[in-house]
Design a protein around this ligand. Structure first.
Ligand code: BES
Ligand code: MN
Ligand code: ZN
Length: 490
C-alpha cells in the first residue's frame, strides 16, 4: 500500500470523511468539492454519526464519499477515531475501491494521543488486512493500493512511515498467528525470525534441541519431545545506541497445542495454531524496534515447540528439572506454556543478562473467561511497570487489566513431590496461578507478565482487526520498550 501526503483528493480517490456529533449537529471537514453533497445527504437522511455508522454517498460527478461516524464529540476517543477510519477502509475494500483519500478531522484534534499521520498509517494498514493466503480465488482479494491524506505537518512523511511500520509489524504478527501449524512449525518460525533479522538488522541466533539439552532446558524440551517437528530456541538481539543492558522480551511459541496426553477436546483445540501468539508479538516487536531504529537494547527469546501426542510424550506425574534448577511436577500436560516460558526466562536472565523480563503468552483459558477477547491480563512485580504499560497502551489503544499476586496465590502452585506444580490447586485463579509459576523463574528482576489468550485471536470482525490473529498488543509492547526509561508523568 502506497501512502501520499496530498492537500486535496484527486478524481480517482474515494473520499473518507470522518464525522462526529456535537449536540444535534453532525460535524465534519470535507474539501469544497464534497461539502455540499454531504450537507445535502445529511438534510435528507437520518445519519447521526453514531460510532460505526456509515454512509456511501455518490456525488453527481461520480465522486465517491465514505462518511464514517465517530460518535458524540464528548465521548470520542482516539480508538473511536481508529474504528471510524477502519470502517471506512473496510467498506472501501468491500466496494473494490483501491485509492482512498482521508480528510483530517479538525474536530478530533483534542482526542489524539499520537500524531494524526501515524494514526492513519497504522490504522489503514491494519484495516486492509485479512487472512486469505489459502483462498484460491484471488480475484476479490484486491484491497487498497493507495491511501492519501492531507497534512500540514513538516514531518508528515516520517510520521506516516512510523505508523505504516507499526501497522505492518502488526500484520506480520497476524500472519504468523493465522498460518496453520503444518506450515508454521518451530523451525519455520525460527526461519521467519532469521529472515527478518537479516532484512531489518537485528541479530538472530537459533539453538537446536541438542544445544538446548546442553543448557539443561528440560522443562522446555519435555513439552516438545513428542512432536516430529523439532524444538528450537530463538534468540533475537537489538542493540540500541544507548549503553543500556537489554530488556528481555519472552514470547510463548507453542506452534500447536493439542494439550498433550491431557488432550484438549476438539473445540478447544481448534484455534491452537495460534498458541505462538506471544512469540509472534516478540518477533514483530523486534522488527519494529529495528525498523524504527530504537535507542533501547532488547533481547527477544522464544522457546518454540509443538505440544504433540506420541508414545514418547511427557506425562502427568513426570517431574522435570528446569534450567534454573527448580523441579516441576507435571499436573497437566496442557499447562505447557509456562514450562517453555520458565526455561526461556532463565535463558534470558543467565545468558543474556537482561535487566527486566516482559513475558507475553497465550497462557490461560481463564483469562478469556475473566476478561474476554479485548482486554489482556497483566501480573507484575512493581506498580511502576504497570504505569509504563498503561502509558504505552494509550498510544496503541490496546487494553490491559492488572490482576493481584500474593503468597496465598503462590501457595497454590506448590507440590508435595517437587518444588513447584505446573497447575494451580483446586482450579482456582487460573491466570494468576500461571503467573505465580512463571514468577518463580524471574529471579526477582522487574517483571511484567501479559496473558494474551483472550486478545490474540478473535472470533469476530472488528473495525480494524479481521477475525483470526489480531496482532494485539504488539504496538503496546513497542511503546513500552520505547518509553521504558522515560520519566513518568505525575
Ligand atoms: N494454550 C492454552 C491456553 C489458551 C486457551 C489459549 C484458549 C488460547 C485460547 C494453554 O496452554 C492451556 O491449555 N492452558 C490450560 C491450563 C490448565 C491446564 C491449568 C487452560 O487454560 O485450560
Ligand atoms: Mn495447553
Ligand atoms: Zn498452550
Amino acid at each position: 500500500m502506497e501512502f501520499r501526503i496530498l492537500p486535496s483528493p484527486e478524481p480517482h480517490h474515494a473520499l473518507l470523511v470522518l464525522s462526529c456529533q456535537i449536540g444535534e449537529q453532525v460535524v465534519y471537514d470535507a474539501p469544497d468539492s464534497a461539502g455540499p453533497i454531504i450537507a445535502h445527504y445529511l438534510n435528507h437522511t437520518v445519519f447521526q454519526s453514531k460510532p460505526g455508522e456509515f454512509a456511501y454517498i455518490l456525488g453527481p460527478d461520480g465522486q465517491r464519499i465514505l462518511l464514517c461516524g465517530a460518535g458524540k464529540l464528548e465521548k470520542c476517543s482516539q480508538d473511536k477515531l481508529r474504528r471510524a477510519i477502519g470502517k471506512g477502509i473496510k467498506e472501501a475494500r468491500k466496494h473494490k475501491m483501491t485509492h482512498v483519500w482521508v480528510g483530517y478531522p479538525s474536530w478530533a484534534a483534542g482526542v489524539l494521543v499520537i500524531d494524526w499521520e501515524q494514526l492513519v498509517g497504522e490504522t489503514a494498514i491494519m484495516a486492509n488486512y485479512e487472512y486469505k493466503s489459502y483462498i484460491t480465488d484471488k480475484q476479490w482479494v484486491v484491497g487498497l493500493t493507495e491511501v492519501a491524506l492531507a497534512s500540514v505537518h513538516p514531518m508528515a512523511n516520517e510520521l506516516v512511515r512510523k505508523g505504516v511500520i507499526l501497522g505492518e509489524c502488526t500484520v506480520d504478527a497476524r500472519e504468523l498467528i493465522n498460518a496453520p501449524a503444518h506450515e508454521l512449525y518451530p523451525e519455520a518460525l525460527a526461519q521467519k525470525a532469521q529472515y527478518w533479522g537479516t532484512a531489518f538488522g537485528f541479530e538472530v541466533q537459533v539453538y537446536d534441541e541438542e544445544a538446548c539439552r546442553q543448557m539443561r532446558m528440560e522443562a522446555f524440551l519435555s513439552v516438545g519431545q513428542a512432536s516430529s517437528r523439532l524444538p528450537y530456541l530463538i534468540v533475537m538481539r537489538w542493540k540500541g545506541q544507548g549503553l543500556n543492558t537489554p530488556i528481555g522480551l519472552v514470547g510463548k511459541g507453542v506452534t500447536y497445542d493439542t494439550g498433550g496426553l491431557s488432550i484438549k477436546p476438539t473445540q478447544g483445540m481448534l484455534h491452537m495454531k495460534g498458541d505462538m501468539g506471544g512469540a509472534a508479538l516478540v518477533i514483530a516487536t523486534m522488527c519494529a524496534l529495528a525498523r524504527l531504529g530504537s535507542a533501547q537494547s532488547v533481547v527477544g527469546v522464544v522457546a518454540a515447540c509443538e505440544n504433540a501426542i506420541a508414545g514418547n510424550a511427557y506425562r502427568p506425574g513426570d517431574i522435570l528439572k528446569s534450567m534454573q534448577g527448580l523441579t516441576i511436577e507435571v499436573g497437566n500436560t496442557d499447562a505447557e506454556g509456562r514450562l517453555t516460558l520458565a526455561d526461556a526466562i532463565t535463558y534470558a536472565i543467565t545468558k543474556e543478562n537482561v535487566r527486566a523480563v516482559v513475558d507475553v503468552a497465550t497462557l490461560t483459558g481463564a483469562v478469556k473467561t475473566a476478561l474476554g477477547e479485548h482486554v489482556a491480563g497483566v501480573v507484575c512485580s512493581e506498580d511502576s511497570l504497570y504505569t509504563k504499560l498503561q502509558q504505552a497502551s494509550k498510544q496503541a489503544d490496546e487494553n490491559f487489566w492488572r490482576l493481584p499476586i500474593d503468597d496465598e496465590y503462590r501457595d497454590l502452585v506448590s507440590s508435595d513431590v517437587a518444588d513447584l506444580s505446573n497447575i494451580g490447586r483446586d482450579g482456582l485463579a487460573g491466570t494468576i496461578t500461571a503467573a505465580c509459576f512463571v514468577e518463580a523463574f524471574t529471579g526477582g528482576l522487574p517483571w511484567l507478565h501479559i496473558d494474551i489468550a483472550g486478545v490474540s485471536f478473535t472470533r469476530k470482525d472488528h473495525e480494524y482487526i479481521s477475525k483470526g490473529g489480531s496482532g494485539r498488543p504488539m504496538r503496546s509492547l513497542y511503546h513500552l520498550v520505547e518509553g521504558w526509561d522515560r520519566e513518568q508523568a505525575g
